[in-house]
Design a binder for this molecule. Structure first.
Ligand SMILES: *[C@@H]1O[C@H](CO)[C@@H](O)[C@H](O)[C@H]1NC(C)=O
Length: 816
């Protein structure tokens, strides 16, 4: 047999060169993979329990969880209600991260007037070793100005471990408490051997003078170790209360109601350290206090010390500020320091809210025929089918994600996440890509992702039963594709031009390894690509709208879309729940927001396909996109209302538009589907800028002031200002202002005004209340609804960092 021609040239020299080249490739791959391992390791630990005021866990299921509880102990009445653990609305006077970086750590401040104390948590991570390194937190309590100088505070650090071993090291029998540091030793398969030390710390302890003091002096640390069922482990507060109660009962029996121990003494656990899967470590202080929790991995080069926390927190502060200035610094007119502080706080809370969730979830896969929503009156059948309660437990699954709000929505929301990651990807590309991947990993075989991820019993405890079930025919806006588009923009800019900001990026391997290394970037996209396509085709199939049954005229007979899961008052799946839609609902409805999202998604997929060289796919996506763009015009533009409208079928079986001016009417513009010379732009800018319609001096209203449903019923998306949609508008106005054309000048002015209005609105409310809010009132500008809404409201960080276009003419406004 003769060798093919090319093999005849195969000489030893060629072979050697070939080997050498392989070696170089491998060496490069090793370097990349070790950068990626380090990057991944630096994400292992975090305050990934954002539902707690402070709780730490690794991104590992069933692993070491810990968290902080505290209360003042000065009277008997208030203790139960003042015991802090999970974030709740309206109990504190502001709390959150002043600065935080997921890789290194940061500082959180908590203002607790009812307990008379301010608490700071300074969390640091120190890399090293093969198990994700060490971490530590310094917990400091400072009595507030109006508190008694002898304020007594009980503090509990609780640690639990579902699978593995955890015990208090070297306990002496028969002691009344531990003097010095408390050390827990443990082992799990993923973490190896480790130690968690709770230091003695600094601060005075109450001397109660009551005879019970001798049995349990409060100048030492009390430790209680118990075994609980795995399913109960998350209920730390209930476990603590149960143990406190039995101790209180015993103390009251002993000392009687006539001479009870004072609260600081009475509310103490009994000291019983040892083995257990839950360990409660309690300290009682008088006045200010401070102590550290130090986690050391046995594989790290050395143990973490209090001095490491001091040093690391200092370098985090400098590093964070420096990097923030480079990447997200507010631009004119927001140059005063207070805007920088505001921006840092919002951004820190966005990434400080990132959590790791693990657990089962409730899904109704009955595929009840009522869920097809294809007959008139379908919503009643669907409601009955839901009431039959056909949900079953699925999973467990894991999710790494940020969240809309720590007290109210401490879990993953699909469409929120795409907005959350837009500021995050500017700061930390690898982190954002990890989160995107985590979401797409939740996809089922059909391509569905549940829009609200309520994983595990702890997450479910915050959600009423009727809202826990997810349905695999329900969609949610595919906003994660905006994040992938942002990633592609960065990739193009980095690998095509000599943009000076690239030097910063390039030195930032710990945040951007998958951006800097183009092969790693393409690898990531290639791995994700099949999931993205599956998701896309799931949308096309399950959310299709009907063109042909109703004599509708359109460029394409296929591209029309309808949200499933609607009721007369709501389309929760659309994200803009109570925005007025055709009523009563009809199976022939078509939704302009959904076809616009599909346009955005199609375009994003086309770009990804093109980066991956998938030419056939790219052609197919281009055809879809073209058809979608035409059909948005043919099916949704209303010549009389001069906006885009939903469509439905009237009593005479005719296609009609249903127009309620608001975010819906400008949706194709908001998601970037209108070119700068679009004949629709004039009308879109008219409705957007009209104070009788969308425009208010605080931002764009969700529903026009002139609409009959403005501020009616729940008034959720019927007027109030939402920052996510406003952000999209600002981005599009900026694009228009940079594109020569008939609307350039007008867009520049609108961009400038809207940008300033939004920043002022969110800033003023933050200054006044200490919180970012879910939405803002278009009449007063005040924040309303959910407090501590540091999810997409944080997009104001990006809005501040956008260019200032004011002052190219005369009359530039002063610095604000
Ligand atoms: C990153 O770390 C997590 C947690 O240790 C681990 O489960 C995952 O496999 C790691 N990923 C990579 C790509 O190494």
């Amino acid at each position: 047999m003769e060798l093919p021609v090319r093999w005849q040239f195969f000489s030893p020299l060629v072979f050697f060169l070939f080997l050498a080249q392989l070696w170089v490739i491998h060496a490069e791959e090793d370097a990349v993979s070790s950068i990626q391992k380090a990057s991944n390791d630096s994400l292992l630990w975090g305050p990934y329990r954002p539902n707690l005021y402070f709780g730490v866990r690794p991104r590992i299921p069933r692993s070491l969880m810990s968290g902080l509880l505290w209360t003042r102990v000065e009277d008997y009445q208030s203790i139960q209600s003042n015991f802090r653990y999970t974030c709740e609305q309206h109990e504190l006077d502001g709390y959150g991260w002043d600065e935080y970086d997921v890789r290194t750590g940061g500082r959180q401040t908590i203002h607790d007037p009812a307990n008379g104390i301010d608490i700071t948590t300074e969390f640091v991570k120190i890399p090293g070793g093969s198990h994700g390194g060490n971490w530590g937190v310094r917990i400091r309590g400072t009595p507030r100005e109006d508190a008694s100088p002898n304020l007594r505070t009980t503090v509990v650090w609780a640690a639990s471990l579902e699978v593995g071993r955890l015990e208090v090291a070297e306990v002496e029998e028969g002691t009344t408490g531990i003097v010095g540091d408390v050390v827990l030793k443990g082992h799990t398969e993923e973490l190896g051997d480790f130690e968690m030390a709770i230091t003695e710390g600094k601060g005075d302890h109450p001397v109660t003078g009551h005879p019970s003091y001798d049995d349990k002096p409060l100048d030492r640390t009390l430790v209680k170790s118990v075994y609980m069922q795995a399913e109960a482990l998350w209920q730390t507060k209930a476990i603590l209360f149960a143990h406190l109660k039995s101790e209180i009962d015993a103390l009251l029996a002993k000392w009687t109601q006539e001479n009870p121990p004072p609260p600081a003494q009475l509310y103490t656990i009994d000291h019983a350290p040892g083995q257990g899967n839950v360990h409660m470590i309690q300290k009682v202080f008088e006045g200010p206090f401070e102590f550290d929790v130090l986690f050391s991995s046995a594989s790290a080069p050395k143990q973490i010390t209090p001095a490491d926390i001091t040093q690391q927190i200092r370098s985090i502060t400098t590093g964070f500020s420096g990097r923030f200035k480079e990447i997200l610094a507010p631009k004119a007119p927001f140059l005063k320091e207070r805007y920088e502080e505001f921006s840092k706080s919002l951004f820190s809370n966005l990434i400080g809210g990132i959590g790791y969730f693990y657990g089962d979830s409730r899904v109704d896969r009955s595929y009840d025929s009522a869920y097809e929503e294809d007959n008139e009156g379908f919503w009643e059948d669907a409601a009955e089918a839901r009431a039959r309660n056909q949900a079953e437990m699925e999973g467990p699954s894991e999710l790494f994600t940020s969240i809309p709000s720590r007290p109210f929505f401490p879990r993953g929301f699909l469409w929120d996440e795409g907005f959350h990651l837009l500021p995050v990807i500017d700061w930390d590309v690898d982190l954002s890509l990890d989160i995107v991947k985590s979401w797409f990993n939740l996809m089922d075989e059909d391509g569905w992702i549940g829009r609200e991820q309520i994983l595990g019993a702890e997450a479910r405890s915050k959600v009423p039963a009727e809202f826990q079930v997810q349905y695999p025919h329900y969609a949610n806006p595919p906003t994660l594709f905006m994040v992938l588009t942002a990633f592609l923009d960065k990739l193009d800019s980095l690998h095509k031009s000599d943009n000076p900001s690239n030097t910063i990026l390039k030195s930032d391997t710990s945040y951007s390894s998958r951006l800097i290394n183009k092969d790693a970037a393409l690898d990531y996209l290639r791995n994700l690509y099949p999931l993205l396509k599956r998701h896309y085709f799931w949308f096309r199939k399950t959310q299709a709208g009907d063109i042909t049954s109703y004599d509708r005229e359109a460029y394409s007979t296929k591209e029309a879309y309808r949200w499933r899961g609607r009721t007369p008052q709501h389309i929760l799946t659309s994200g803009i729940d109570d925005y007025p839609r055709p009523n009563p609902p009809h199976p022939g409805e078509l939704h302009v927001d959904l076809i616009s999202w599909m346009g955005m998604m199609t375009r994003a997929l086309g770009r990804i396909g093109s980066a991956l060289g998938e030419t056939d796919d790219v052609k197919q996506f281009a055809r879809y996109e073209d058809a979608i763009l035409h059909n948005i015009e043919d099916l949704h533009w209303d010549d009389k209302a001069k906006v885009y409208c939903d469509a439905t079928i009237d009593d005479y079986e005719e296609n009609v538009h249903v127009c309620h001016k608001g975010y819906i009417s400008i949706f194709p513009f908001l998601v970037g589907l209108l070119p700068p010379d679009s004949p629709r732009l004039k009308a879109i800018l008219d409705v957007l800028s009209d104070p009788e319609e969308l425009w208010s001096e605080y931002g764009l209203r969700s529903l026009s002031k002139s609409d009959e449903f403005y501020h009616t019923a729940e008034d959720y998306w019927r007027g109030p200002i939402w920052i996510n949609m406003n952000y999209l508008a600002v981005v599009q106005l900026l694009k228009l202002s940079q594109s020569p054309g008939p609307h350039q000048k007008r867009a520049t002015q609108l961009y400038t005004d809207l940008r300033q209005n939004l920043v002022k609105t969110v800033y003023e409310s933050w200054k006044e209340t200490g919180f970012a809010w879910e939405q803002y009132n278009p009449e007063t500008g005040k924040g309303q609804r959910t407090q501590h809404f540091t999810g997409w409201t944080s997009l104001v960080v990006k809005i501040m960092a956008m260019p200032n276009l004011e002052g190219s003419g005369s009359g530039a406004r002063d610095e604000l």
